[in-house]
Design a protein around this ligand. Structure first.
Ligand code: PGA
Length: 253
């Protein structure tokens, strides 16, 4: 059985107090549903991580994610944060290869493969993001494009390593635009991603990798998107900044 999960990506939003308030509200709402079998992950800015990890520590169905990490274990990399540092404050997940990092910070497939290695070597679970820009969707080359991202950054992993990873499919044209992929488009891509992973790692391993959908997912459209058999949850930007909306998305899984 694949783990169902909904990960929030706060991006560069919320000061410390706002982040603590949001987390406190989410913890309260999660505690009202002790039998929930969906894992919630809070992807916060670095400054929030230690406190968010403390606030969520008693709630096993809530975990904490960083939004980025450095590929080296330590050293002279001013302004960067290593995976060991993340682990030391209670972080268990790390978002790697978000399209905003690929675009604005020029993170390449090759660099991302090193970040995945760094995360796995510290026992962190990478949430590896892939997804095509609008021009690629318009030329109907999205599957090839996304498969290339996966091959370049993940196909060097061992069976055990890939088995401890989460994939997030986020079509770039749907991120923060209010435009989502249709449920059929999402399922088609998720199935293609799973088949591509199976071509390298086998059906059984690929069948156990959670694949999340991201891009303008909200309480109003989550159930429809999550209905696809290969859609195991969501990576949520805007709607994760509101506790009730985030919980409503968790509940629609
Ligand atoms: P959005 O962002 O939900 O605001 O579209 C998703 C993401 O970038 O992970």
């Amino acid at each position: 059985m694949r783990q169902k999960l909904v990960a929030g990506n706060w991006k560069m939003n919320n000061d410390l107090e706002q982040g603590i308030n949001l987390t406190t509200q989410i913890v309260e709402l999660m505690n009202q549903q002790p039998s929930l079998n969906v894992l919630g992950v809070l992807g916060t800015p670095f400054i929030h991580l230690p406190q968010v990890a403390k606030l969520t520590a008693s709630t096993t169905m809530l975990q904490v994610a960083a939004q980025n990490c450095h590929q080296e274990p330590s050293g002279a990399f001013t302004g960067e944060i290593s995976c060991a540092m993340l682990k030391s404050v209670g972080v268990t997940y790390v978002i790697i290869g978000h399209s905003e990092r690929r675009e604005y910070f020029k993170e390449s497939n090759e660099l991302l493969s090193r970040k995945v290695d760094a995360a796995l070597s510290e026992g962190l679970t990478p949430i590896f993001c892939c997804g095509e820009p609008l021009s690629i969707r318009e030329s109907n080359d999205q599957m090839e494009y996304v498969c290339h991202q996966l091959t370049s950054s993940l196909f060097h992993l061992t069976d055990e390593q890939i088995g401890s990873l989460v994939v997030a499919y986020e079509p770039i044209w749907a991120i923060g635009t209010g435009k989502t992929a249709s449920a059929a488009q999402a399922q088609e891509m998720h199935e293609g991603i799973r088949n591509h992973l199976a071509s390298k790692f086998g059906q059984e391993i690929a069948g156990n990798i959670p694949i999340l959908y991201g891009g303008s997912c909200k309480p109003g459209n989550a159930s429809e998107i999550f209905a696809g058999p290969d859609v195991d949850g969501g990576l949520i930007g805007g709607a994760s900044l509101n506790a009730e909306d985030f919980m409503a998305i968790i509940n629609s899984l």
